[in-house]
Design a protein around this ligand. Structure first.
Ligand code: AMP
Ligand code: MG
Length: 338
């Protein structure tokens, strides 16, 4: 394994966040999915925290290898099989992610579409190096990829055997994998380590668990130009999708890494979307993550309508003029930036 595939872990004790009787916190950081993932635990001793962090690291490494869209692994093999019209037997998380992606493709009228990996690659976004400087794909290339309307609905599963009836289906879980990973980590912490208070923060995309009225988790909402405001979360997900860091640059134009599956072109109109999903036991990182990506596609005209359809009360967007707009639910809870 090459060193850049490895996840670096740093363990250290937290400084108190609250002045009144702070809960004792244990922290660790891991570099994975191109992001720093920070885990904060409350109410556990150092030894239990170390054991939990070691387990988390193992799971993160496995998900990183399994779900990577362009480094050779399970997903690239599956995409190769689809392209060649072959079936593939898989016993890992990919079938679950396909199921979740399908749910979100359906719920967003195709604005979230994990089968458009061919377009993501054609636009040069299968890279860790930003900004991308390669030329945009030709109109013909985009038309060719879109001609079959690639969709996760073309994937069929029998037991662990996956087949796509459309060879242009190329899976890319970039819009949902971080959410899936936060859910997995929370589940490992709860079910394998008996932890009931934790924060998993993947570069501003996060899942908080077990905060209380007295000690909620305090998190910041990031906009294109820094922190927009703060939030108190007890249990739930906060995910932001945006175009400020990952884009293709050509002369004076910037093309963000989120593609409108209907046109094959990168989205325009919104710079970022933040979604809170803290409906308690119903809240899921994968849902919030995919919803934020879909709302970027919905754009300035339709984001409110899609948020309503997805039953998301708290959504904040920054439009291309830098204006911050939000739902009434978000307005009620947004705290001033620290
Ligand atoms: P996020 O930062 O969660 O919005 O995810 C963006 C990533 O999702 C991109 O880098 C692509 O890998 C992938 N992606 C781009 N457009 C879409 C889309 N319309 N639906 C689903 N995934 C997408
Ligand atoms: Mg997303």
């Amino acid at each position: 394994m090459r060193t850049n595939h490895r996840i670096a872990a740093v363990l250290f004790l937290a400084l108190p966040l609250f002045s009144c009787q702070p809960p004792r916190e244990q922290r660790a950081e891991f570099f994975v999915f191109g992001t720093l993932v920070e885990i904060v635990l409350r109410g556990v001793d150092e030894n239990s925290a170390s054991a939990a962090f070691a387990d988390v690291q193992r799971h993160l490494q496995a998900m990183h290898n399994e779900l990577h869209a362009w480094k050779p692994g399970a997903l690239t093999q599956l995409n190769q099989a689809f392209a060649e019209g072959r079936s593939m037997n898989l016993d890992n998380d990919i079938p679950t992610l396909i199921e979740m992606s399908r749910t979100m493709e359906d719920a967003t009228d195709g604005m979230f579409n994990a089968a458009t990996g061919g377009l993501v690659r054609a636009w040069g976004f299968h890279t860790s190096e930003y900004p991308v400087k390669t030329p945009p794909p030709s109109k013909d290339e985009i038309r060719r990829i879109l001609s079959t309307k690639p969709s996760t609905m073309s994937i069929h599963q029998e037991g662990n055997v996956l087949t796509s009836t459309d060879p242009t289906v190329q899976l890319d879980f970039g819009g949902i994998a971080k959410g899936f990973a936060t859910d997995r980590i929370i589940s490992v912490l709860v079910h394998e380590h008996g932890i009931s208070e934790a924060l998993v923060n993947a570069g501003g995309d996060l899942f908080a668990l077990g905060g209380s009225d007295e000690h909620p988790w305090l998190v910041g909402i990031n906009g294109p130009e820094g922190v927009i405001g703060g939030l108190e979360i007890q249990t739930g997900a906060v995910f932001t999708s945006g175009s400020s860091e990952r884009y293709l640059e050509q002369e004076d134009s910037r093309y963000p890494h989120i593609i409108d599956p209907r046109t094959g072109e990168p989205v325009t109109g919104l710079m970022s979307v933040t979604v809170i999903d803290d409906r308690r036991f119903r809240s899921k990182g994968w849902f919030a993550d995919a919803a934020a990506t879909a709302l970027m596609v919905a754009g300035p005209e339709s984001w409110r309508e899609l948020a309503e359809k997805l039953e998301l009360e708290s959504v904040l967007v920054v439009n291309s003029y830098g204006e911050v707009l939000m739902t009434a639910g978000m307005e009620k809870r947004l705290l001033p930036a620290p």
